[in-house]
Design a protein around this ligand. Sequence first.
Ligand code: PLP
Length: 432
Amino acid sequence: MTSTAERFHVVNLNLNVRGLRPSATLAINDRSNELRRQGRRVFKLGLGQSPFPVPLPVVEALKANAFRKDYLPVKGLPELREAVADYHRRRDHVPATGEDVLVGPGSKELMFLLQLVYYGDLLIPTPAWVSYAPQAQIIGRRVNWIPSRKSGGWRLMPEELDRLCRPDPDRPRIVVLNYPNNPTGLTYDPAELEALAAVARRYKVILLSDEIYGELHHRGEHVSIARYYPEGTIISGGLSKWCGAGGWRLGTFTFPRSLRWLLDAMAAVASETYTSTSAPIQHAAVVAFRGGSEIDRYLRCARRVLRALGRRCARNLQAAGVDVHTPQGAFYLFPDFGPVARKLRERGIRTSREFCERLLEDTGVALLPGEEFGRPPRELTARLAYVDFDGGHCMSSAESGPMDGELDEGFLELHCKNVLEAIDEIVQWLQS
Ligand code: PLP
């Protein structure tokens, strides 16, 4: 029975927050841990966390800077802002300076601040990462979902963006573009980015280019849309994925000069909320963004493992009749179990949520339902994060062999056994 005091608090919740549940990715992780505690074997393909350790030079830098205790400037450590700008100048050919960079405790927090200070709609192509829309809901911004098609690689089509903007061309808008993409593992090629950039320029939209997986393009060929629309693109990045340091909480936004007013407004809010990002972490991040041969080697290794494993998982699912693209980056697949829907319906499974619940219950394989990514509930899609392996071990073995060419099947069977077994479990479950 709820007490009078509890009832009092419930009715006083901010209306934008009512009904909001904890982020789906974190919830599936809690559920998987709970099952493990009960002694069940669980394959953790739910939470999208890098399996690789933080590169050694970055860990060493963190140790060396552990004594730093002072608050840093709200926009970030000047040395880090310069290192991030230099990184984007080298990598993306944009004319950024340290003044254009804002450092925050994770790119997620920076996205929240951006939505808070900017007055306009949020346009999100689906499927999309789980947190963009809840952030808009918390702030009370309007969200427009932009549908995409599986046959088009779940990509945002320029015609679709044009169709949405044309009726009200001057309306202020932020369009979120995430590539390599969570949850699909797919990305855009330069010609596609150029075509999207042309539409974005026509309607002067702000592009929030979420490139947190850029360095995990499986061939190391990530291209930023900022090359084609520098004046309206904010590049979002950070240490969480390519540096394996999600728990360190460091994200960066790099703005064009024309959007300095947005950076300044976000920094003003930051100064009244989190003050500044952890000092030791910022010092360590300087080493990560400056890069060098050791970090290059780490990235080549990570990409090689992810590429081989992602392709193998996709192949095995495709052979079982599941519709799934071969991934191009990050560590995700977005399989569509629609082709086996009839069999699933016979077991009473009609939605992606029911699918994931039953799969976890019957096989111990944790996936996230497509519905969490903005897809219709009855579309039988799910996100599969192929990260349940010991990345440190895997990396040292991959490094000890030749660095080019495809990793062989034997390597995956030895080092990524859990993931391959999870795929087998799914296939057998579908066929049973
Ligand atoms: N964007 C995407 C697409 C993500 O998948 C994530 C994390 O899962 C983030 C942003 C947030 O990253 P950060 O750890 O920098 O807040």
